[in-house]
Design a protein around this ligand. Sequence first.
Ligand SMILES: Cc1cc2nc3c(=O)[nH]c(=O)nc-3n(C[C@H](O)[C@H](O)[C@H](O)COP(=O)(O)OP(=O)(O)OC[C@H]3O[C@@H](n4cnc5c(N)ncnc54)[C@H](O)[C@@H]3O)c2cc1C
Length: 418
Amino acid sequence: MAAREIGPIVIIGCGPAGSSCALKLKKSAEARGAPLPIIVYEGKHLDRKSYFNQCLGVLSPPLGDIMEKELGVPFPWPIIQRKIEGYVVHADRTAIALEGGRAPSYACRRVEFDNYLYRMVKEAGIPIIPARVTDLDFSADGVMVYSEMDNVRAGLVVGAFGLDDGMAKVFERATAYRMPPFLSSVVTKIHPGEAAMDRFGNVIHAFLPSSLDRVEFGAITPKGNHLSINIAGRRVDAGTLGDFLGLDEVCDVLAGACGSALPPLTYFKGRFPTLPARAPFGERYVMIGDAAGLNRPFKGKGINSAVVTGIRAAEAIAARGGSVEAFEEYLKCCAELTGDIPYGRALRWLVNSFSRLGLMEGVLDAARREPALRRAMFNVVSGQETYKKTWREARSVGLLWRVLVSSIRKKLARSPKA
Ligand SMILES: Cc1cc2nc3c(=O)[nH]c(=O)nc-3n(C[C@H](O)[C@H](O)[C@H](O)COP(=O)(O)OP(=O)(O)OC[C@H]3O[C@@H](n4cnc5c(N)ncnc54)[C@H](O)[C@@H]3O)c2cc1C
């Protein structure tokens, strides 16, 4: 079915994935001289910025290039609060500073970023219906989309609803789609004051604590006037975040603003997909962004993946219509993401295993002596290179052996003497 024969295309969600898809679809269809009817549904008041988004709002390269070249939308410089100049990785009582990369990342308030994209979609003349989609009926001649406000008969629905349980259940009932597996994340923020923010600097601290077996990783990210603190793991909760805030290495980074020195905290909970969704496309539907789960399975850049998958799906629809073949092409065009997943999974398993065994301190010691390992760690933490490329650049039997020896030595040195 050619794109112009599909009928209205409904995009569910106006986050980074949905807004990018809408903008690219409009641009690509117009370039082909065949404008398409596009309708976006968004359940949050993105125009009012009056909600919390648990995302830390770190925009990583090459997001600016992608937005400018592929969407024709300028990078949102006015909303940037901070340039991220480096990372410090902590494994228990050992830490290493990592700097470098091709370009810095930038931190903003995520609600500002969503609002910016929302305005771009509006300015492009794409209608956004401010309501949650509540149900879908799939039939041979279309999809009835029900919402809190109205209903529309669509020719195709694009799922850009993130990891929203309710919407995923609707698709799971009606199609073969299955939501991606995910890690939970708990986020809080503290306002340590201007002087403490200046001392903290423009670096993100990432933690791999061996003593908290529920926590895969934690991070402290400097924002405009506060620090965002988050942990991730399969079964983390606000109590686990309290345990994390009690770790010596975390207290040191917070310069003592921890434990009883903390004011009452507000908590938010979010999710990271760790693997692709099952059946991310089918007759008359396709998933993008977190809903598709085509993310880096370890250490983020979810916004970039959302934007890229939104763009690739739009290109496939504009060029090939709404058929299953078109979406097979879409998946092929996401090869940089999908091809990296096995490498990311292997790395995640390795880091988690080393961390649980208390071997990561030795890895950080080895990285101080080994520039290739330091570079690889920077690429993994910053997400500036694919895992595949990082692995190919850093792999060497000699290096792996030295890392292993360093890890075991450090572990033995830390073990209490009999
Ligand atoms: C704690 C945490 C920190 C993170 N930090 C970063 C970071 O610093 N940098 C980064 O690149 N990534 C980060 N991520 C990942 C990033 O937030 C996601 O990958 C990204 O937001 C995915 O975009 P999306 O458009 O697919 O989904 P979302 O951003 O979740 O957008 C989905 C949209 O769909 C709407 N919606 C849902 N259901 C319906 C419905 N039924 N009807 C209508 N609308 C609906 C929602 O309101 C929402 O606006 C973080 C994630 C977490 C959990």
